[in-house]
Design a protein around this ligand. Structure first.
Ligand code: SF4
Length: 371
């Protein structure tokens, strides 16, 4: 429940507000773009909803927010009820966005595919009776496809309730060691005539995409629609290995698709071939244009920063910057260089100056540095 005492000053006056517990997951901006905007490290309300449909969308955002950061001073119970009933939300055909994003997956989107040979859940939302009932009405869940280790959400609880098979890549299987179906290697798996499982290492070494009927591409955190550049973009933060990410993108874009349905980022329909190819051409520049905020850093004696999450680090002189910005899970900004120098990582035997609760979380499952 949002706390009015923590209301961010960046909100415009009025009924809806975002409080300081926001984790900037983007969910509200996807669901109600006419009301919510990114503002620094948080979302905020930049325009109060005016029409009925805008109010409805604002309530959908309120419900989907993984950490309950959105509040309404005077709740409208009828609209709230209608918004609750809107999840799972039909995207097209038999594909749904589930809403109720989970904090356990940093607010990642999850999806449901209704299929005569068994329904698929793609990543997992919060475990809620409302969703359980809805999935039951639609025939239950046969498979839970886990795009990668970060977006598990409440998959184990759904798997247990529905006796569903969890599908995960071996390289990310530490996150679900008891998963029922482990995918090995880099080859595409034809799970059935309608479902292709495509390993796309890069964001994590076990990332996978799911292509349904050569039309719906579920990409996890590998690739998403970027509303700023109006094109597809690859993961730019938390990248396990950039060279693998690029190879995976090339491999993935060989397949036809019309919808891109990511964990983080906008859902987008790219109906025309022209649009699709234009998006495709944008990919390499997105990947090869790293953002570096510390290009002047290599000559400095020390450089340090800290963040609201408690992460801090210091980089000694003489270190060259590898030019790729990287952000820790709770918003500390770090440089790719810091990731790649063993002196910075206590787990790699270094004695650097990293002090980061997020850092240890990031590397818990990845003891070795990428080359
Ligand atoms: S959905 Fe919630 S946590 Fe995510 S950006 Fe919006 S207010 Fe922040």
């Amino acid at each position: 429940m949002a706390d009015v005492a923590k209301r961010l000053s960046t909100n415009i006056d009025g009924n809806f507000f975002v409080d300081a517990t926001c984790i900037n997951c983007d969910t509200c901006r996807q669901l109600a773009p006419k009301s919510f905007v990114e503002n620094g490290e948080y979302s905020s309300v930049y325009r109060q909803p005016e029409t009925e449909s805008e109010r409805y969308q604002a309530y959908q955002a309120l419900l989907a927010c993984p950490v309950g950061s959105i509040g309404a001073l005077v709740p409208d119970k009828a609209v709230m009820r209608a918004a609750t009933e809107s999840f799972p939300m039909l995207i097209e055909d038999n594909v749904f966005y589930n809403g109720f994003n989970s904090e356990k997956s940093f607010g990642a989107n999850s999806y449901f595919i209704r299929h005569p040979e068994g329904n698929w859940l793609v990543d997992a939302p919060r475990y809620m009776k409302k969703l359980v009932d809805a999935f039951e009405r639609m025939g239950g869940i046969a498979y839970i496809f886990l795009t990668h280790e970060d977006d598990i959400g409440d998959a184990p609880r759904y798997a247990k309730h529905f006796r569903a098979k969890r599908v995960i890549h071996r390289a990310d299987a530490d996150a679900q060691p008891d998963a029922e179906w482990i995918i090995d290697g880099l080859d595409t798996v034809e799970a059935s005539p309608d479902f292709r499982i495509i390993p796309v290492p890069g964001h994590t070494d076990g990332s996978m995409a799911l292509l349904y009927r050569s039309r719906y591409l579920f990409t996890g955190d590998h690739m998403a629609w970027d509303r700023e550049i109006k094109g597809l973009r690859l993961a730019t933060v938390y990248v396990w290995k950039e060279s693998a990410l690029r190879r995976s993108a090339e491999k993935l874009l060989v397949y036809p698709f019309e919808w891109i349905l990511p964990g983080h980022g906008d859902r987008m329909h790219l109906p025309s071939t022209k649009h699709f190819w234009r998006s495709r051409r944008r990919l390499p520049s997105t990947v090869t244009s790293p953002v570096c905020f510390m290009t002047s850093f290599s000559d400095s004696i020390t450089w340090s920063t800290s963040s609201t999450c408690g992460c801090s680090y210091t980089i000694p002189s003489g270190t060259s910057c590898a030019s790729t910005l990287w952000r820790c899970r709770t918003r500390a900004v770090m440089c790719w260089a810091a990731r790649n120098f063993p002196w910075q990582n206590p787990q790699a035997g270094g004695s650097g100056n990293i002090s980061s609760p997020c850092w240890s979380r990031m590397w818990r499952r990845k003891p070795a540095f990428p080359a």
